[in-house]
Design a protein around this ligand. Structure first.
Ligand code: SF4
Length: 704
């Protein structure tokens, strides 16, 4: 029998956004392979992507029909979609009537498709009357969003993956793309192998696989990034390796930065960061001599109480060297999730408005409300991710609707999140499987369609929009997330949700971007299917897309110049280590797991690499505590305890310990959950949590 034509789609994991060909044989069996025509991965896939077929076909834990309980003491029961959504509408109406619109919230995900994100944002801001819509992208990208806005005027990632092959110097900060963005890393690795002149500087307290290809590894003390980037900037000033002509014509703020960076000596900077002065100078030398310089970063910078300061101090290095708006150059934040970028395009966060419009600008709010035919949009930013759960805990927020995310494992201070969900009057969880620890808190559980069971679009880290087709039917009564939202809106009697297809939603989103700096009014599902992916903006129907931004050096600021921005805080403001809690805990990803393992945890092949949670610890710290490699240890602070096996090495900086973020409940207990220990501090502007710095103590576990 001849093989049917493969379906072209996109990987549902990280923000690299690799192209995948999905094949289905006559028995319905699914296989996947890398799409060699797709410009991102050119046929390559990492371990997670190449095992997506198992996830797509493993349906044993799927939520198959809506389930509901009438009160907290009642068991969940199967109900019809009408019964479930009628109840949701009645409860939301009653709570809003009694407590006002800010007493309800939606908490969504960077794994939602753009159409879903668009609809939840429209529903919440335009029709429920609250800006309480936020997303787990708050946990990974919000500091970068603010960093871009402060420096280049808007959340516009300037470059493309193709710039990697055009650059000769890279600074990779607070990121381990070898494990977390593997195909992007492979492109970088290949580029370096072919071009031995390419220099790579890695900044990380851990010697990661990414650091293994670095020409220079700056193994800094956690939280000291701003001091490091300022010291590098100082050296660039000293050595006259700044681009004076670019700075004069296209930037503001150079004098303030110069004054700031000269306040700290190299000696002090090296001491604070825990690195050699000569290494700071070497990093500056590489950057200063670069013909094309790219700095890449992700959670190590963003997930910090001074995440915005870390971002601007790093972006400053691109601006003072004029390394932006030309081939092979620019700041490049790597997106953790597959559609974190799409979520930002539709304004799906508590402080954003659709199509990169400004929530604080009255005319922008009027324009969007008129477009939607909605009530006026509130100027008050809504609750962000951690604020929502704080508000549930304090009783200010009464109801929450969680879509495609597992906050019980992924949010900081997890015990507090559990308490908050227990206190909530009404919790809706819309997800694909019972695997998520959050489902047990649901009063209403709604079955959603998963990857390849629904159509829509996503945007990857380089602003590339791609279409994902529906290949197979969703099991049971599961529906497209967008359809669930529009059905709920109809139950609420809101006008403007009478869609007949997902394309209708996409067309509406594209039309709303017209005239903005992310204009994609030239796109449609049809064009994406027929012509392939496009990088925004795509302002008309024959426009080819825009791989690189700011080539004219006109930025999105009021004066059209790039703003070299002086960071507010040089030193870290995280909680302090003490005699009782002397170690710094940092958390992160491992190679073959994704987020809270609701998908990757089902794939045997992916659990062989690292089968269970562990603590990485420096041998010297272990020796002081009489801990041996492989011992079970307790990691603890006042928020909680984690009990796991320890892995000892010299790869992690002394005084720092690392736990993977992925594990939640294991055999009924939560001792592998890193977020038992993380704190609730957030960056004051980006509201991104401080996952990378918690004070803890570690001791050998004593058997009870
Ligand atoms: Fe999927 Fe990211 Fe791996 Fe590509 S690199 S296959 S997008 S997980």
């Amino acid at each position: 029998m001849s093989k049917s034509k493969p379906h072209k789609t996109i990987c549902s994991y990280c923000g690299v956004g690799c192209g995948i060909l999905v094949n289905q044989d006559s028995n319905g069996k699914i296989t996947v392979e890398g799409d060699s025509d797709y410009p991102v991965n050119k046929g390559m896939l990492c371990s997670k992507g190449m095992n997506l077929n198992y996830v797509a076909q493993e349906t044993s834990d799927r939520i198959l029909y809506p389930e509901m309980r009438w009160s907290k003491n009642h068991p969940m029961q199967k109900v019809s979609w009408d019964e479930g959504l009628d109840r949701a509408a009645a409860v939301f109406k009653s709570i809003i009537e009694k407590h006002g619109p800010d007493s309800v919230a939606f908490y969504v995900s960077g794994q939602c498709l753009t159409e879903e994100y668009y609809l939840v944002n429209k529903l919440t801001k335009g029709f429920l009357g609250t800006n309480n819509i936020d997303t787990n992208s708050r946990l990974c990208m919000s500091s970068a969003v603010v960093g871009y806005k402060k420096t280049i005027g808007d959340d516009n990632v300037p470059i493309s993956y193709e710039d990697i092959e055009l650059a000769d110097t890279f600074l990779i900060a607070g990121a381990n793309p070898a494990w977390c963005h593997p195909i992007l890393f492979r492109r970088l690795e290949n580029h370096k192998q072919k071009n031995p002149n390419v220099k790579i500087v890695v900044v990380d307290p851990r010697k990661t696989q990414t650091a293994s290809i670095a020409d220079l590894h700056l193994q800094i003390n956690p939280g000291t990034d701003v001091v490091l980037y300022n010291a590098i900037a100082r050296r660039l000033f000293d050595k006259k390796r700044i681009d004076k002509s670019y700075i004069e014509k296209h930037t503001t703020g150079i004098q303030q930065l110069r004054e700031l960076v000269y306040q700290t000596s190299y000696k002090d900077a090296a001491k604070i960061c825990g690195v050699e002065i000569s290494d700071i100078k070497k990093a500056a030398q590489y950057i200063g001599k670069a013909t094309g310089f790219i700095n890449m970063w992700t959670m190590g910078l963003n997930q910090s109480v001074i995440g915005v300061d870390k971002n601007v101090s790093l972006i400053n290095l691109s601006l003072i060297t004029g390394q932006i708006g030309k081939p092979g150059a620019g700041p490049f934040s790597l997106t953790g999730q597959p559609n974190a970028m799409g979520g930002r395009e539709v304004g799906g966060m508590a402080n954003l408005l659709a199509a990169h419009r400004n929530l604080l600008n009255e005319q922008d709010r009027i324009d969007v409300a008129n477009f939607w035919g909605s009530e006026p949009i509130s100027p008050k930013p809504g609750l962000t991710a951690t604020e929502m759960f704080d508000a549930l805990d304090s009783g200010k927020l009464k109801a929450i609707w969680v879509i495609c995310t597992n906050p019980v494992v992924s949010l900081p201070d997890a015990k507090k999140v559990e308490r908050a969900l227990e206190k909530a009057n009404f919790v809706v969880v819309q997800d694909i499987s019972h695997n998520s620890e959050t489902t047990k808190y649901a009063d209403l559980l709604l079955p959603a369609a998963g990857w390849i069971e629904k159509e829509g679009t996503m945007t990857n880290s380089e602003r590339r929009i791609s279409y994902l087709p529906k290949v197979i039917d969703a099991p049971g009564e599961a529906l497209h997330d967008a359809e669930i939202i529009w059905k709920f809106a109809q139950k609420m009697n809101f006008q403007g949700f009478e869609y007949e297809s997902i394309s209708d939603v996409y067309d509406e989103h594209c039309a709303l971007t017209k005239g903005t700096n992310i204009d994609i009014s030239g796109l449609s599902h049809k064009r994406l299917i027929e012509e392939g992916s496009f990088q925004w903006p795509v302002p008309h129907e024959t426009h080819p897309g825009t791989p690189r931004l700011f080539e004219d050096h006109k930025y999105e600021t009021s004066d059209k110049k790039a703003h070299i921005t002086t960071p507010q805080n040089i030193l870290n403001l995280s909680e302090k280590v003490s005699e009782e809690l002397p170690l710094i805990l940092t958390t992160g990803r491992v190679r073959d797991q994704w987020h809270t393992r609701t998908k990757t945890g089902k794939v045997n092949r992916l659990t062989t690499h690292i089968p269970s949670p562990y603590l990485e610890m420096n041998k010297i710290d272990a020796m002081e505590r009489n801990i041996n490699d492989g011992d079970i240890v307790d990691i603890y602070n006042k928020r909680g305890i984690v009990k796991v096996k320890v892995k000892l090495n010299f790869d992690i900086k002394e005084g720092v310990v690392f736990l993977p973020m992925h594990w939640g409940k294991i055999q009924g207990n939560d001792f592998g959950r890193a977020n038992n220990l993380t704190n609730n501090l957030i960056d004051p502007t980006s509201k991104e949590p401080d996952f990378k710095f918690a004070a803890v103590q570690v001791s050998k576990h004593k058997k009870e």
